[in-house]
Design a protein around this ligand. Structure first.
Ligand code: ZN
Length: 465
């Protein structure tokens, strides 16, 4: 039925009608709709169209989005929200030093109360910056109660997504060689898997925040624990997550121990697939790229943290071309600093242009697609596109501010000029969780002051003496 026919019919009921905005649908059939309309009923999008669609609906609430951009929510595929209290610490360390002298000591020291304050802060930042779905690779204070608490905080803030419970198991030769602190490798593989098992059962597949296995890192986690994690994930039909070859020397370090590069080893052991969500994959060779692509594995591209540590440049187009699902990740605030996928979109474009010395090496529309449709493919959710029947995960960006003038190209404006702080409204599953740039779910001033109050003491405890 065309919209003209539609207006003559009896108006349909819907919960929410967003009118008058520039709608970036990410739907190739109608990518940009000026003065567009998005109708939401329950947790799904009921219709998307031009201004004529407004007459087809009688909404409980109609919101004018004039002067604003309406777009799919941003989808984060790799994060560590418990790191928010350590933001800006650990400056100037190389990859392994950063882990052994800062990140693991922080992770060993953080308490449940500090984890709570940190996750509230990080999740608040994420929703305020237009993130609707997050994959939080949670470690540090990672007992059953704390892990389930973290899932509860994400849900309280209104997010969708999953917690991958980080597992270290016993100390491996590599973790010893690299001086990772012994205190971080306290549990047996059986204990790790038992805690994760209980967590998965409390937040099984289909939960708004699922819990899944997240063995820490292909390079230094016991490979038997990695294989058992994948088996555990598959027995519950959930995803699994790990860090893969972020620093340049990881593949060689792994190969010396196990005879193959990490992704090849995972492939030979049947552990890759659409349920494998791998963070970074900056240093993968042609054989590994082919394996990741053939198995439709998922990869989280984390531009900001890859600049900061610095790890290197992920072979984005080779991975996408091979068939891997690629989404964006903010990474934890200790290396990504801000929960802001707008910043990561921009850095994604800039990183690949500079690396190739070619302005055609990456484009704004591609970055927006990776942050939305790509992330939805990684998470396996019906989101990332504003189209009838999709999840109503929607962000409204206030483009009346000076840095959006003039807006010749709304996609380029969103990628090059927008910041997370420009987000006016965040809607997840049809519910408005941010309105007027403020959380509707929590007292955000209280979240920030609790984080400030807790952070000083934690920083003091991990100071090198
Ligand atoms: Zn990470």
């Amino acid at each position: 039925m065309s919209p003209e026919d539609d207006t003559r019919a009896e108006p349909a009921r819907c919960d929410l009608l967003l009118t008058g905005g520039t709608v970036l649908t990410l739907d190739p059939d109608q990518p940009v709709i000026e003065s567009g309309v998005v109708a939401v009923e329950g947790d799904r999008i009921a219709a998307v169209g031009d201004s004529r669609l407004a007459g087809s609906f009688e909404a409980d609430r109609t919101i004018s989005c004039r002067g604003k951009v309406v777009m799919p929510g941003l989808i984060d595929c790799h994060n560590h929200l418990y790191q928010s209290l350590g933001r800006t610490l650990g400056e100037g360390l190389t990859g392994w030093e950063w882990l052994s002298e800062f990140m693991w000591p922080y992770s060993s020291a953080i308490t449940r109360q500090e984890t709570s304050a940190s996750v509230y802060l990080g999740a608040l930042e994420a929703v305020l910056a237009g993130t609707t779905t997050v994959l939080d690779h949670h470690y540090g204070c990672d007992d059953y109660d704390t892990t389930v608490m973290v899932a509860g905080i994400l849900e309280e803030l209104g997010l969708r997504g999953r917690i991958a419970r980080g597992m270290t198991g016993t100390r491996t030769a590599v973790s010893q060689q690299q001086n990772l602190p012994e205190t971080s490798f306290q549990r047996s593989a059986d204990d790790e898997l038992a805690i994760t098992e209980a967590c998965i059962r409390s937040r099984p597949k289909g939960s708004k925040i699922e819990i899944c296995p997240g063995p820490m890192n292909a390079a230094y986690t016991n490979v038997d624990l990695i294989a058992a994690s994948v088996e555990q994930a598959r027995s519950h039909g959930v995803a699994w997550h790990t860090h893969l070859s972020a620093p340049r020397d990881d593949p060689e370090v792994f190969k010396q121990q196990h005879g193959y590069r990490p992704a090849t080893w995972l492939h030979r052991n049947g552990l890759l697939g659409p349920d494998a969500i791998l963070a970074h994959a900056t240093w993968v060779d042609d054989e590994e790229i082919e394996a990741l692509g053939d198995t439709r594995s998922a990869v989280a591209h984390c531009p900001l943290s890859n600049f900061y540590v610095p790890y290197g440049v992920m072979p984005l187009h080779d991975l996408v071309g091979a068939g891997a699902a690629v989404g964006l990740g903010s990474d934890g605030s200790c290396c990504g600093h801000r929960q802001d996928l707008f910043e990561n979109m921009r850095l994604m474009v800039l990183m690949h242009r500079l690396h190739n010395l070619d302005p055609k090496a990456s484009r704004a529309d591609e970055a927006l697609e990776v942050a939305t449709r790509g992330g939805a493919a990684v998470h396996g959710i019906e989101a990332g596109v504003l189209a009838t029947g999709m999840l109503a995960d929607i962000v409204v960006v206030d483009t009346t501010r000076p840095h959006f003038a003039p807006m010749h190209d709304p996609v380029a404006a969103i990628v090059y000029t927008a910041r997370g702080t420009d987000v006016d409204m965040n809607i997840v599953g049809g519910e408005i969780i941010v309105e007027g740039g403020r959380s509707t779910r929590v007292d955000q001033d209280a979240v920030v002051s609790e984080a400030r109050a807790r952070a000083g003491e934690l920083a003091e405890r991990i100071k090198p003496r």
